[in-house]
Each structure stands twice: as structure tokens, then as C-alpha cells.
Design a protein around this ligand. Structure first.
Ligand SMILES: Nc1nc2c(c(=O)[nH]1)N[C@H]1C(S)=C(S)[C@@H](COP(=O)(O)OP(=O)(O)OC[C@H]3O[C@@H](n4cnc5c(=O)[nH]c(N)nc54)[C@H](O)[C@@H]3O)O[C@H]1N2
Ligand SMILES: Nc1nc2c(c(=O)[nH]1)N[C@H]1C(S)=C(S)[C@@H](COP(=O)(O)OP(=O)(O)OC[C@H]3O[C@@H](n4cnc5c(=O)[nH]c(N)nc54)[C@H](O)[C@@H]3O)O[C@H]1N2
Ligand code: SF4
Ligand SMILES: [Mo]
Length: 869
């Protein structure tokens, strides 16, 4: 085997290092990079299974104009010409780029430079607007610069870690494992603040299931508690912090424990426990993500957390910091180059001296002088006819923006739409006039910055397939064709990297913490060999901040009144992620292993609500808002608060006839950051009755449209499984079956229909539908896709060994289902997670399922206890 290539994971902001070994063709073996500071060799379930996603299935391999293949020359000329003409006719602000935290820093830098320095507009915004723009706004308000004043090392050194609005066990699993390691090593306490009881809460010291949107009340209450107990850091407040007039008076009014407990809907005793723990533990890291950021009061929520850390001096010291953890692999790189419409470049804003400085550096002909349109406003502007040409890179707004049906109208309406993507038919790409084939993870070269400011290299492992090209190359080619050949004369990512590094250092007298001066002269070889490094070590350790007077600012923030239930939309929708899927599933959706953890999009409903709505576990349920409606499979869960439901963000038209969450939220945003309030939408939930249920298994990967009410596609080894449900005659589903020898068992009176198609002795397709809803196990039939010489007995749908169903797959590394685990716990009297590992292997590889195992164990023990009573 050739020597492993060291690169960085394609997924989350933890930024794990990977040692990848190409093994021929498109195959790669994936291991964690032991030398990477973010993960020291560990990988979660998604990282572990990256190798299953580097195939060419579904890839866009050639430039396309409409439905026709075009040469790169023709496609690039067309993009340049249409943008130039639109700008000439309607001005620079009539065009826009919508980009992504999944671009590399070098890609991002050239896109930002083209828009802000050469086109002369700041209409370049990014999906990071939906992700952590509230944290950016909060940092700027408090510190005078968007600096995350924490690192993963702080987690090792903290005595208390507070996770606010973060399902770390699923979304940042390796950070979560690091937290667990700190707990084991030094007894670090863990508090989770989240309206849902997630797997992150498993084994936590405290879980505060607060009323959604009441985080400001909770943090202000804590600040008032600390103030009253004289527990603030008076020296730090005097030397390093400015408090505006009236700040303390406001904190001292209406923030007593009882009032706060009521506002947050948690018991005063629990709240007091948390407050006492916080008071007693100076080494505190408060880590937060989307439960804080994705709110129409997101920026105030960020500052409520930052206020606490400033007032207690818990910042700039080991093990003490507010820590905004980022989602995407290069969300931070985007912030560093200034890829948001509200920032200019290299941590500079649109102040006149900054515009002049960057203009000089770029030798730019037409600098943007003011912020551009933020994501939600940008798509609104398209619908209003103000944006006439849009270029979308590495993001899928038809799924991920709020009120996504209006976004689809905008994508349909915009006179010229360019989409650069790695996949041919995303929900966004299907609207494009020009589609440009981008290089994917594993084919790209450049750098990314993770949540703790560590910059790592992404390196190519595989050759560029078809005519795919890196994003930086595509943007540069368009810029050259628009007339700016010299300003975009890059030959390789290293050229761009050096220029970016020089800009961070350019006329930077220390006012900006981001300064990559040492990198600016790096040679090509050194760039190739670059080791991961963190910029801005220990920011604010000297108690000086990036404000004009060097002091941080306390921000007066008060809890906004929370809306009560509406008559027609009486419940509240919370949205978020599953452990083994990534966003709109363009890549994780290709992995049979990752598909098993959650096969369908579920709406999680509290048992009390389910009873009131007449919904049983496994029923279909409709979730509607004034913006639209979508169908989900119902799951009854007491981890929800009554009155609140949760749906995942992942499913799109490509995988399911329902389950699209993005069309439901309102396009309401935080006034400071423009970040949408994805976590709280008034909704109505209803049961949807169906006459039959069933499934379809098809060999091969070609997707089909199943003509029924509910059909969700699940990638399986050798083909696809479709879970289906509907009304009327199910015979029409047979149109989805391939040609071949037909075996059938149809019982009209009992309403069962079993049809198998066998071709060349192999199973080509199966359809099984029943009225009773009782269905055979899928696993055995899926296994038959790999068997030679399948006969008519396949319709018995049970193997000779009469294998029992595994249940939902908990450990994807070893394919171990819930039923196996429960059985082993009972039969072998297993008492802890390591014992389950020893008995079954579950949880002993990537470790992502360990919180789930702990949960299953706790439940099984509870049941045994009840049985004994
Ligand atoms: N498996 C997986 N991992 C991912 C991703 C993925 O798609 N899949 N995406 C990555 C990206 S881009 C991001 S941004 C991160 C997101 O990572 P997280 O922020 O951890 O993920 P979410 O599931 O969006 O939401 C976090 C939690 O916020 C809670 N919440 C909702 N409302 C409130 C509230 O009012 N107050 C509080 N305190 N909490 C609330 C929700 O119940 C939810 O459990 O994950 C990254 N990692
Ligand atoms: N309701 C609700 N909506 C949400 C959220 C939520 O919690 N709730 N979370 C929001 C957040 S935090 C985020 S980050 C967004 C994510 O939402 P999106 O950014 O829309 O999601 P992805 O599926 O990651 O889209 C990335 C696209 O880029 C393509 N791609 C991958 N690599 C490359 C590359 O190297 N080059 C190019 N050109 N293309 C590439 C992929 O095929 C895919 O089509 O969703 C947001 N939407
Ligand atoms: S935690 Fe998992 S998804 Fe995130 S970077 Fe590490 S391996 Fe990749
Ligand atoms: Mo995100």
C-alpha cells in the first residue's frame, strides 16, 4: 500500500485529521491521523465511512448548459459574459454569489476578491449566515473582532463544561469524546442546556430542558446570581471591560431565581444547582452552537453568554472561555477571508480606511463600499427582481434556507443561475442554466480552519474525475474572462494562500488578531508539507481586546417575550441533525452503513401530544406551517417537551416524497446577524392515515419515483430500499419493478401483495405491501441482492436460519442493531458500556454510538427494576 496521504475530514468543524490510503480505482482506506491535534487518530461514524462516499455515483462530471454537455471554454465564457452584461446594464448590485463553509479558504478568497474588489458589490453571502453569523455579530460587539477565544485544549483543562444548544454527541462527536475523556481524567462536570433530551445529555451532571428561546433569561439570571453573591471578577471588570450605563441596574432587576426559573420553565432547585456549580467552578467553558445562533434573538443570546464570561473573568485563561463551535469544515476559513456580505476581508469591516486599504492591496478597480445582501434578503431580492444573475457554490439553498419553497421560486425566476457542485442533480442544481462540475473532497487541495482556529491542509487523494475542476480554478477562470487577468493570475492554491496571508498582515499594527505574517512567504513545498497549526494562540490572555480602547464590552441584553401557542399553529417545531447524516445527504446519503442509523425522516412527538393527536409510533404525520407542509414518520419520544416537535434537516426531493424540513420555517432573522430562527416555528401536526404500508427493494443505484403518498429511498448494499405507504390500489407500484421473471403471491382479501423479479438467477426487485402493516424483515431480502441462484422461495422473505430482525442499527461500524443489544444486556447481564463492547464489539471502533449504548443500558436496567417490583 502506498504511503497514507494526510488530509482533513470533509464534514464537521471539529476538523479531524485523516490519513487516507488510495487502494486503486476510486477506493481509499480511511484512518484517523494520529498526529493531528484535533483528533489524535480518532474519527466518528461519518469520518470513518468517508471511503463509501468517494465513488462517482451521481457526480456532475462535465459542464452543462441547460441539459446539454458543453466544453469548459463555452461554459466559462457564457458565465463571464452574462455576469458582465448584467453588471453593465443593471449595476454591480444586480448580481450575487451564494457560497459555502464547505469551500476551501483558497476558493473562498478568490470568490470574495472577485465580488468585493472587482465586480464592486458585497453581494456575496454564504450558508454560514445560517450557521454562526450570530456568533460573528456577538464577538464583534463584545470583543471588537470576530475571534473565538477558546481552543480544544481548554476542554482538557476545564472543570465545568456547559453545552448550550449543542447536540455535541451527534454533531461534534470527537469533541464530545474529548469532553468525556476530560470527565474521566479530572472529574470535569458537564451541564447540557437544551429543550430536548438528546444523547449529549446521557450521563451529564445536569440537563436543563429549558423553554426554547429563554437562554437570555437563564444567563442573565446567572449573572444576577453571581453579582449578588459578589462572585464577579472586579479587577478584570475594572481593567478590561466596559459596562454601558444602566447595565448593572438592569441585571439587578427582575432576574431573581424564581422569576428566571419561571421564564425558563425549569425548576428553581435545578436552576440553583446549575448556578451554584457555575459559581464554584472558575475553569468553565461554555460551548454553544445552533440552539443559540439559529434564533431571531441569536446575537443577544451569544452576548448573554459572553457577558457572563467577561464579568467573571473567565476568558483568556486555560480552561475558561465562551466557545462558539462551528459546523462546517471551513466555516472559520470563510470568516477569515471575509466571505460574509457583512464583512470585507481578513477581519476588516467596511470602514472607509479598510475599504481603501484592501483596495490598495488588491489594486482593485471598483471596491464595494458597504455590506451586501444577507442570505435571506438575497433570495427575497431575487423574488423582487433586484438580483438578475446568481452563482451558487457548494451549498443547496433549495433545501437549507428557511421558507425553501419561496427559495425555489427565486431559483426558478432568476434570469441567470450558475451552480457549481459536485453532484449533478441536487434540488438546487436542477434549476440552473449552467452547471459547473467541481472537484470533491478527496480531489481538492487547499486549507481549512476548524472550530479552534487550527488551519490544516486538505490534500488530493484521487485524480480529478471527468472534467471536474477545483472551485478556485473555476472562479479564477471566470474572473480572467471578465477582464481581470492579472489580478487572478494564480497557478495553484499556494499562490492564493500566500496572498491571503499577506492581506491579513498588511498594515496590521496589532489591531487585528488574525495575522498570518509568518505564512506569507511560504514556498510551494512548504505549503505542500504544511502541518496543522493554530493562529492567534491564547487570544485576549493579556486582557486586551480588539476595540479602540482595548476593553471588551458588556452588552445590555434582555429576554424577549416569547410567543404563546397560536390557535391554528399550536405546536413549536425545532429542527436539527442526525448523527450519521450530513446536511442535504448529497454524500452521506451514498453510504449504506450511514443510512442505517435513521432510515427515514422522523417527526419526534411527546407521548402526551401523540395521544391528543391520535398518532401512534410509526404513523405518518403531516407538519404544516403557513409556508408549506411536509410529511414525516412519527416517533413518540419523551425526550421532547410537550407542545414541541423535532424534525431533521437532511431529506430532499432526491430521497423522499416528504420529510423536507426547510420549507417549513419562517424567513424571520436576527436583526443584528441576519441569521434565521430555524429552531422555533409555529406548526400544526396531524395524523395521516394510509391504507397500506410496505417496501420496495431494487438492485442498482438508479433512483426511481415511486407513485404513492410516502416513499423514502434508503441506500443499501447493492441497491436501494424504499419504504412506502399510501392509499388506493398498490398495483401501480409495480411500474417501479424492473423486467424479468416474475414471482408473486397476492392475497386480495388480506390485502397483501408480494412480487419478486428475478433476472439471471439474481434478485432484481421485490415489492411487498400489506394492509395490516406487518411486514417481513428487510435485512434478509436486501442480503439476497448479493446471492446467485435466487429462486421463487425468496418471497417467503425469511432466511433458512429464521434470522430475527436486528432493529434500528445503533453501531454502524459493526452493524449491530437495537434488538441484539437489548438481548445481550438481558441474557449476559451486561452492566456497562465497555461490557457491551466486550460482548458485541458495539462502540469499540469510532465510539459515536457510546451515548446511545449508555441510554439503552439505562432503559434496560429500568425495565428490569420495574419487572422485579
Ligand atoms: N451528524 C452531523 N453533524 C454535523 C452536521 C450534520 O449535518 N450532521 N452539520 C454540521 C453543522 S454545519 C453544524 S452548524 C453543526 C450544528 O450542531 P448543533 O448545533 O449541535 O446541532 P443542531 O441539531 O442543529 O442543534 C443543536 C441543539 O439546539 C437545541 N435547541 C433548539 N432550540 C434551543 C433553544 O432555544 N435553546 C437551547 N439552549 N437549545 C436549543 C436543539 O434541540 C438541538 O439539540 O453540526 C455540524 N455537525
Ligand atoms: N431548518 C433548518 N435549516 C437549516 C439548519 C437547521 O438547523 N435547521 N442548519 C443550517 C446550517 S447550520 C447549514 S451549515 C446549512 C447547510 O446547508 P447546505 O449548505 O445547503 O447543505 P449541504 O448539503 O452541505 O450542501 C453542500 C452542497 O455542496 C456540494 N459540495 C460538496 N463539496 C463541494 C465542493 O468542494 N465544491 C462544490 N462546488 N460543491 C461541493 C454538495 O454536493 C452539496 O450539494 O443548512 C442550514 N439550514
Ligand atoms: S468529528 Fe467526525 S465528522 Fe467531524 S471532523 Fe471528526 S471525523 Fe469528521
Ligand atoms: Mo452549519
Amino acid at each position: 500500500m502506498s504511503q497514507a496521504i494526510r488530509t482533513t475530514c470533509a464534514y464537521c468543524g471539529v476538523g479531524c485529521g485523516i490519513a487516507a490510503s488510495p487502494t486503486g480505482g476510486r477506493a481509499v482506506t480511511i484512518k484517523g491521523d494520529e498526529a493531528h491535534p484535533a483528533n489524535a487518530g480518532k474519527l466518528c461514524s461519518k469520518g470513518t465511512h468517508l471511503g463509501e462516499t468517494v465513488g462517482l455515483e451521481g457526480r456532475l462530471l462535465h459542464p452543462m448548459i441547460g441539459d446539454k454537455r458543453a466544453s469548459w471554454d463555452k461554459a466559462l465564457d457564457m458565465v463571464a459574459k452574462r455576469f458582465r452584461e448584467t453588471i453593465a446594464k443593471h449595476g454591480p448590485d444586480s448580481v450575487a454569489f451564494y457560497v459555502s463553509g464547505q469551500l476551501l479558504t483558497e476558493d473562498y478568497y478568490v470568490a470574495n476578491k472577485l465580488m468585493k474588489g472587482f465586480i464592486g458589490s458585497a453581494n456575496i453571502d454564504t450558508n454560514s449566515r445560517l450557521c454562526m453569523s450570530s456568533a460573528v455579530a456577538g464577538h464583534n460587539r463584545a470583543f471588537g473582532e470576530d475571534v473565538v477565544p477558546a481552543s480544544y485544549d481548554d476542554l482538557d483543562e476545564a472543570d465545568l463544561i456547559v453545552l448550550v444548544g449543542s447536540n455535541t454527541a451527534w454533531c461534534h462527536p470527537i469533541v464530545y469524546q474529548r469532553i468525556q475523556a476530560a470527565r474521566a481524567a479530572r472529574g470535569t462536570k458537564l451541564v447540557v442546556i437544551d429543550p430536548r433530551r438528546t444523547e449529549t445529555c446521557e450521563g451529564a451532571d445536569l440537563h436543563l430542558a429549558l423553554r426554547p428561546g429563554s437562554d437570555v433569561a437563564l444567563m442573565n439570571g446567572l449573572l444576577a446570581w453571581m453579582d449578588q453573591g459578589k462572585l464577579l471578577d472586579a479587577d478584570f471588570l475594572r481593567d478590561s471591560v466596559n459596562a454601558p450605563e444602566g447595565f448593572w441596574d438592569a441585571i439587578r432587576t427582575g432576574h431573581d431565581l424564581w422569576t428566571t426559573a419561571k421564564a425558563c420553565d425549569v425548576s428553581p432547585a435545578l436552576l440553583q444547582q446549575f448556578y451554584e456549580l457555575f459559581a464554584a467552578t472558575p475553569r468553565t467553558v461554555t460551548m454553544f452552537s445552533q440552539g443559540i445562533n439559529q434564533s431571531i434573538r441569536g446575537t443577544d443570546q451569544v452576548n448573554a453568554i459572553v457577558n457572563l464570561h467577561l464579568a467573571t473573568g473567565r476568558i483568556g485563561k486555560p480552561g475558561a472561555a465562551p466557545f462558539s463551535i462551528t459546523g462546517q469544515p471551513n466555516a472559520m476559513g470563510g470568516r477569515e477571508v471575509g466571505g460574509l456580505a457583512s464583512t470585507l476581508a481578513a477581519h476588516m469591516d467596511f470602514a472607509a480606511e479598510n475599504v481603501a486599504r484592501v483596495g490598495r492591496f488588491w489594486a482593485a478597480p471598483t471596491m464595494a463600499t458597504k455590506p451586501g445582501l444577507k442570505a435571506v434578503d438575497l433570495f427575497r431580492a431575487i423574488n423582487e427582481g433586484r438580483i438578475k444573475a446568481l452563482w451558487v457554490m457548494a451549498t443547496n439553498p433549495a433545501v437549507s434556507l428557511p421558507d425553501a419553497n419561496r427559495v425555489r421560486e427565486a431559483l426558478e425566476a432568476v434570469p441567470f443561475l450558475v451552480v457549481s457542485d459536485v453532484m449533478a442533480t441536487t434540488d438546487t442544481a436542477v434549476h440552473a442554466h449552467v452547471r459547473l462540475p467541481a472537484a470533491a473532497w478527496g480531489e481538492k487541495d487547499g486549507t481549512v480552519t476548524n472550530s479552534d482556529r487550527t488551519i490544516s491542509r486538505q490534500r488530493a487523494l484521487l485524480p480529478l474525475p471527468g472534467e471536474a475542476r477545483p472551485d478556485w480554478w473555476i472562479v479564477t477562470e471566470v474572473a480572467r474572462r471578465m477582464g481581470w487577468r492579472n489580478a487572478f493570475a494564480y497557478d495553484r492554491p499556494a499562490d492564493i494562500w500566500r496572498e491571503h496571508a499577506r492581506l491579513t498582515a498588511y498594515q496590521n499594527d496589532g489591531a487585528r488578531v488574525l495575522n498570518l505574517r509568518a505564512q506569507a512567504t511560504m514556498g510551494n513545498e512548504a505549503y505542500e508539507a504544511m502541518e496543522p497549526f493554530r493562529w492567534g494562540d491564547a487570544p485576549f490572555a493579556d486582557g486586551r481586546f480588539s476595540t479602540p480602547d482595548g476593553k471588551a464590552r458588556l452588552l445590555p441584553v434582555s429576554q424577549m417575550d416569547l410567543q404563546g401557542p397560536l390557535r391554528d399553529w399550536p405546536m413549536t417545531l425545532n429542527t436539527g441533525r442526525y448523527r450519521d447524516q450530513w446536511h442535504t445527504m448529497t454524500r452521506t446519503g451514498l453510504s449504506p452503513k450511514l443510512a442505517r442509523h435513521r432510515e427515514e425522516p422522523l417527526v419526534e412527538v411527546h407521548p402526551q401530544d401523540a395521544t391528543a393527536l391520535g398518532i401512534a409510533d410509526g404513523d405518518l404525520a403531516r407538519v404544516s406551517t403557513p409556508q408549506g407542509e411536509s410529511l414525516f414518520r412519527a416517533r413518540i419520544s419523551d425526550g421532547q417537551r410537550p407542545g414541541e416537535v423535532f424534525t431533521p434537516i437532511h431529506w430532499t426531493d432526491q430521497q423522499s416524497s416528504g420529510g423536507r424540513t426547510g420549507l417549513l420555517p419562517r424567513p424571520l432573522v436576527d436583526p443584528h446577524s441576519g441569521q434565521p430562527g430555524f429552531k422555533s416555528t409555529p406548526v400544526r401536526v396531524e395524523k395521516v392515515a394510509t391504507e397500506w404500508k410496505g417496501f420496495l427493494i431494487l438492485r442498482g443505484s438508479e433512483p426511481v419515483r415511486v407513485p404513492c403518498l410516502w416513499a423514502t429511498r434508503i441506500t443499501v448494499s447493492g441497491g436501494a430500499l424504499y419504504e412506502v405507504a399510501g392509499n388506493g390500489d398498490p398495483a401501480r407500484l409495480e411500474t417501479c419493478l424492473p423486467k424479468g421473471d416474475r414471482v408473486e403471491a397476492i392475497d386480495m382479501t388480506r390485502g397483501t401483495r408480494r412480487v419478486a423479479i428475478i433476472r439471471d438467477g439474481k434478485l432484481a426487485g421485490v415489492l411487498i405491501v400489506t394492509r395490516s402493516g406487518i411486514l417481513p424483515t428487510r435485512d434478509w431480502l436486501i442480503g439476497q441482492l448479493a446471492v446467485e441462484g435466487v429462486g421463487a422461495s425468496v418471497l417467503a422473505a425469511r432466511g433458512p436460519g429464521n434470522q430475527p430482525d436486528k432493529g434500528a442499527i445503533i453501531c454502524v461500524c459493526f452493524d449491530i442493531g437495537l434488538n441484539n443489544i437489548v438481548r445481550a444486556i438481558r441474557e449476559q447481564s451486561l452492566v456497562d458500556v465497555p461490557a457491551i463492547g466486550a460482548a458485541l464489539g458495539a462502540g469499540t471502533n469510532c465510539g459515536s454510538c457510546r451515548p446511545a449504548l449508555a441510554n439503552i443500558l439505562a432503559q434496560a436496567q429500568q425495565e428490569t427494576l420495574h419487572a422485579a417490583e
